[in-house]
Write a protein that binds this ligand. Structure first.
Ligand code: GRF
Length: 225
Protein backbone atom coordinates (compact mmCIF):
# COMPACT_ATOMS: atom_id res chain seq x y z
CA UNK A 1 0.00 0.00 0.00
CA UNK A 2 1.31 3.46 -0.85
CA UNK A 3 -0.06 6.91 -1.45
CA UNK A 4 -0.27 7.81 -5.15
CA UNK A 5 0.84 11.36 -4.35
CA UNK A 6 2.34 12.54 -1.08
CA UNK A 7 1.83 16.29 -0.54
CA UNK A 8 5.20 17.95 0.13
CA UNK A 9 3.76 20.07 2.96
CA UNK A 10 0.91 22.44 3.67
CA UNK A 11 1.38 24.25 0.33
CA UNK A 12 -1.11 23.44 -2.43
CA UNK A 13 0.10 20.91 -5.00
CA UNK A 14 1.53 22.71 -8.03
CA UNK A 15 -0.53 21.42 -10.94
CA UNK A 16 -0.31 21.67 -14.72
CA UNK A 17 -3.34 21.11 -16.95
CA UNK A 18 -2.56 19.78 -20.43
CA UNK A 19 -5.09 20.53 -23.16
CA UNK A 20 -5.54 20.30 -26.92
CA UNK A 21 -8.91 21.96 -27.46
CA UNK A 22 -11.82 23.85 -25.97
CA UNK A 23 -10.79 23.26 -22.36
CA UNK A 24 -14.15 23.01 -20.59
CA UNK A 25 -12.74 20.51 -18.08
CA UNK A 26 -9.75 22.80 -17.62
CA UNK A 27 -12.18 25.65 -16.88
CA UNK A 28 -13.94 23.49 -14.28
CA UNK A 29 -10.59 22.74 -12.61
CA UNK A 30 -9.59 26.42 -12.69
CA UNK A 31 -12.90 27.40 -11.10
CA UNK A 32 -12.39 24.88 -8.29
CA UNK A 33 -8.77 25.91 -7.79
CA UNK A 34 -9.76 29.56 -7.51
CA UNK A 35 -10.74 28.69 -3.93
CA UNK A 36 -7.59 29.01 -1.79
CA UNK A 37 -8.79 26.01 0.25
CA UNK A 38 -8.66 23.73 -2.82
CA UNK A 39 -5.61 21.45 -2.41
CA UNK A 40 -4.25 21.96 -5.94
CA UNK A 41 -2.99 25.21 -7.39
CA UNK A 42 -2.91 25.49 -11.18
CA UNK A 43 0.50 26.92 -12.08
CA UNK A 44 0.48 26.14 -15.81
CA UNK A 45 -1.87 25.37 -18.68
CA UNK A 46 0.05 23.77 -21.51
CA UNK A 47 -1.32 23.03 -24.98
CA UNK A 48 0.18 21.07 -27.84
CA UNK A 49 -1.40 23.48 -30.35
CA UNK A 50 -1.49 27.26 -30.37
CA UNK A 51 -5.07 27.04 -31.66
CA UNK A 52 -6.40 25.37 -28.47
CA UNK A 53 -9.32 27.58 -27.42
CA UNK A 54 -8.73 26.82 -23.75
CA UNK A 55 -5.49 28.85 -23.79
CA UNK A 56 -7.45 32.11 -23.95
CA UNK A 57 -9.70 31.00 -21.06
CA UNK A 58 -6.64 30.21 -18.94
CA UNK A 59 -4.90 33.48 -19.81
CA UNK A 60 -8.08 35.42 -18.96
CA UNK A 61 -8.04 33.71 -15.55
CA UNK A 62 -4.45 34.88 -15.04
CA UNK A 63 -2.92 31.41 -15.32
CA UNK A 64 0.50 31.06 -17.03
CA UNK A 65 0.20 29.29 -20.38
CA UNK A 66 2.67 27.53 -22.66
CA UNK A 67 2.46 25.98 -26.11
CA UNK A 68 4.65 23.10 -27.22
CA UNK A 69 3.61 22.50 -30.83
CA UNK A 70 3.50 18.75 -31.32
CA UNK A 71 3.41 19.35 -35.10
CA UNK A 72 6.95 20.63 -34.84
CA UNK A 73 8.12 17.23 -33.51
CA UNK A 74 6.77 14.92 -36.22
CA UNK A 75 7.77 11.35 -35.35
CA UNK A 76 9.88 12.54 -32.41
CA UNK A 77 7.68 11.85 -29.39
CA UNK A 78 10.68 11.86 -27.04
CA UNK A 79 11.71 15.30 -28.29
CA UNK A 80 8.17 16.63 -27.84
CA UNK A 81 7.98 15.25 -24.32
CA UNK A 82 11.40 16.62 -23.40
CA UNK A 83 10.12 20.08 -24.36
CA UNK A 84 6.94 19.52 -22.32
CA UNK A 85 8.99 18.26 -19.38
CA UNK A 86 11.18 21.38 -19.54
CA UNK A 87 8.05 23.57 -19.18
CA UNK A 88 6.78 21.45 -16.31
CA UNK A 89 10.13 21.70 -14.53
CA UNK A 90 10.33 25.46 -15.15
CA UNK A 91 7.00 25.87 -13.31
CA UNK A 92 7.84 23.44 -10.51
CA UNK A 93 4.93 21.16 -11.43
CA UNK A 94 4.08 18.31 -9.03
CA UNK A 95 0.82 17.02 -10.56
CA UNK A 96 -0.51 16.80 -14.12
CA UNK A 97 -4.18 16.81 -15.11
CA UNK A 98 -4.82 15.77 -18.72
CA UNK A 99 -7.98 17.50 -19.94
CA UNK A 100 -8.70 16.65 -23.54
CA UNK A 101 -4.97 16.32 -24.32
CA UNK A 102 -4.90 14.46 -27.62
CA UNK A 103 -1.34 13.10 -27.59
CA UNK A 104 -0.38 9.59 -26.59
CA UNK A 105 2.47 9.81 -24.08
CA UNK A 106 5.47 7.49 -24.10
CA UNK A 107 5.97 4.79 -21.52
CA UNK A 108 8.96 6.67 -20.10
CA UNK A 109 7.00 9.89 -19.54
CA UNK A 110 4.06 8.00 -18.05
CA UNK A 111 6.33 5.99 -15.75
CA UNK A 112 8.03 9.18 -14.56
CA UNK A 113 4.68 10.74 -13.62
CA UNK A 114 2.85 7.60 -12.46
CA UNK A 115 0.60 8.38 -9.49
CA UNK A 116 0.96 12.09 -10.19
CA UNK A 117 -0.87 12.31 -13.53
CA UNK A 118 -4.63 11.96 -14.00
CA UNK A 119 -6.89 11.89 -17.03
CA UNK A 120 -10.61 12.24 -17.61
CA UNK A 121 -12.25 10.00 -20.16
CA UNK A 122 -15.85 10.25 -21.42
CA UNK A 123 -16.96 6.67 -20.77
CA UNK A 124 -17.25 4.21 -17.92
CA UNK A 125 -13.85 2.55 -18.42
CA UNK A 126 -12.84 -0.12 -19.26
CA UNK A 127 -15.77 0.18 -21.69
CA UNK A 128 -15.12 2.37 -24.70
CA UNK A 129 -11.50 3.52 -24.45
CA UNK A 130 -10.38 5.73 -27.35
CA UNK A 131 -12.44 8.14 -29.44
CA UNK A 132 -16.16 8.56 -30.28
CA UNK A 133 -17.22 7.07 -26.98
CA UNK A 134 -20.77 8.45 -27.11
CA UNK A 135 -21.43 7.11 -30.61
CA UNK A 136 -20.11 3.70 -29.55
CA UNK A 137 -22.14 3.66 -26.32
CA UNK A 138 -25.31 4.40 -28.33
CA UNK A 139 -24.47 1.72 -30.89
CA UNK A 140 -23.84 -0.82 -28.12
CA UNK A 141 -27.21 -0.01 -26.55
CA UNK A 142 -25.86 0.49 -23.03
CA UNK A 143 -28.40 2.02 -20.66
CA UNK A 144 -25.80 3.65 -18.41
CA UNK A 145 -22.84 5.67 -19.69
CA UNK A 146 -20.59 8.19 -17.99
CA UNK A 147 -17.07 9.36 -17.32
CA UNK A 148 -13.97 8.16 -15.51
CA UNK A 149 -11.05 9.89 -13.81
CA UNK A 150 -8.02 7.63 -13.65
CA UNK A 151 -4.33 7.65 -12.96
CA UNK A 152 -2.44 7.44 -16.24
CA UNK A 153 -0.72 4.17 -17.12
CA UNK A 154 1.07 3.44 -20.41
CA UNK A 155 -1.96 1.99 -22.29
CA UNK A 156 -4.40 4.46 -23.90
CA UNK A 157 -7.18 5.31 -21.39
CA UNK A 158 -5.80 2.79 -18.93
CA UNK A 159 -4.77 3.08 -15.32
CA UNK A 160 -6.18 2.79 -11.81
CA UNK A 161 -9.66 4.33 -11.62
CA UNK A 162 -10.15 7.12 -9.05
CA UNK A 163 -13.81 7.93 -9.64
CA UNK A 164 -16.66 7.44 -12.08
CA UNK A 165 -19.98 9.15 -12.66
CA UNK A 166 -22.81 7.44 -14.52
CA UNK A 167 -25.70 8.96 -16.47
CA UNK A 168 -28.69 7.28 -18.09
CA UNK A 169 -28.86 6.84 -21.85
CA UNK A 170 -32.33 8.13 -22.79
CA UNK A 171 -34.51 6.87 -25.61
CA UNK A 172 -34.24 10.02 -27.73
CA UNK A 173 -30.47 10.51 -27.31
CA UNK A 174 -28.04 11.24 -30.08
CA UNK A 175 -24.29 11.53 -29.55
CA UNK A 176 -24.55 15.27 -28.85
CA UNK A 177 -27.25 15.05 -26.19
CA UNK A 178 -25.48 12.14 -24.52
CA UNK A 179 -22.12 13.96 -24.66
CA UNK A 180 -23.66 17.01 -23.01
CA UNK A 181 -25.12 14.90 -20.20
CA UNK A 182 -21.76 13.22 -19.60
CA UNK A 183 -19.81 16.49 -19.85
CA UNK A 184 -21.89 18.06 -17.07
CA UNK A 185 -20.78 15.17 -14.85
CA UNK A 186 -17.14 15.46 -16.00
CA UNK A 187 -17.15 19.04 -14.75
CA UNK A 188 -18.31 17.87 -11.29
CA UNK A 189 -16.18 14.75 -11.05
CA UNK A 190 -12.79 16.00 -12.23
CA UNK A 191 -12.34 18.80 -9.66
CA UNK A 192 -13.33 16.39 -6.86
CA UNK A 193 -10.96 13.64 -8.03
CA UNK A 194 -8.01 16.01 -8.50
CA UNK A 195 -8.62 17.37 -5.00
CA UNK A 196 -8.50 13.86 -3.51
CA UNK A 197 -5.21 13.14 -5.27
CA UNK A 198 -3.66 16.50 -4.37
CA UNK A 199 -4.65 16.10 -0.72
CA UNK A 200 -2.90 12.73 -0.48
CA UNK A 201 -6.18 10.82 -0.19
CA UNK A 202 -5.50 8.26 -2.95
CA UNK A 203 -3.87 4.95 -1.98
CA UNK A 204 -2.54 2.36 -4.38
CA UNK A 205 -3.46 -1.14 -3.29
CA UNK A 206 -2.68 -4.12 -5.51
CA UNK A 207 -2.93 -2.05 -8.67
CA UNK A 208 -6.16 -0.31 -7.68
CA UNK A 209 -6.58 3.29 -6.53
CA UNK A 210 -8.61 3.63 -3.36
CA UNK A 211 -9.95 7.05 -2.51
CA UNK A 212 -10.51 8.19 1.04
CA UNK A 213 -13.95 9.71 0.35
CA UNK A 214 -17.59 8.80 0.89
CA UNK A 215 -18.80 6.02 -1.41
CA UNK A 216 -21.96 6.70 -3.41
CA UNK A 217 -24.86 5.04 -1.63
CA UNK A 218 -27.59 3.06 -3.30
CA UNK A 219 -27.69 2.08 -6.94
CA UNK A 220 -27.96 3.73 -10.32
CA UNK A 221 -30.42 1.92 -12.54
CA UNK A 222 -31.89 2.75 -15.94
CA UNK A 223 -34.70 1.95 -16.57
CA UNK A 224 -35.75 2.02 -12.94
CA UNK A 225 -36.84 -1.41 -11.71
C1 GRF B 1 -13.75 15.56 -22.65
O1 GRF B 1 -14.90 14.87 -23.05
C2 GRF B 1 -12.80 14.65 -21.93
O2 GRF B 1 -13.44 13.65 -21.21
C3 GRF B 1 -12.01 14.05 -23.07
O3 GRF B 1 -11.86 15.08 -24.00
C4 GRF B 1 -12.92 16.01 -23.86
C5 GRF B 1 -12.29 17.34 -23.63
O4 GRF B 1 -13.22 18.37 -23.57
N1 GRF B 1 -10.76 13.50 -22.59
P1 GRF B 1 -12.80 19.77 -22.95
O5 GRF B 1 -11.62 20.26 -23.79
O6 GRF B 1 -12.42 19.56 -21.53
O7 GRF B 1 -14.00 20.65 -23.12
Amino acid sequence: MSLAFVPAGPARARTAILISGRGSNMAALLAAAADPAYPAQVVLVLANKASAAGLATAAAAGIPTAVVESRGFKGDRAGFEAAVQAELARHGVELIALAGFMRVLTEGFVAHWFGRMVNIHPSLLPSFPGLETHERALAAGVRLHGCTVHLVSPGVDEGPILAQAAVPVLAGDDADSLAARVLAQEHRLYPAALAWLAAGRVRLVAGRALVDAADGAGALANPLP
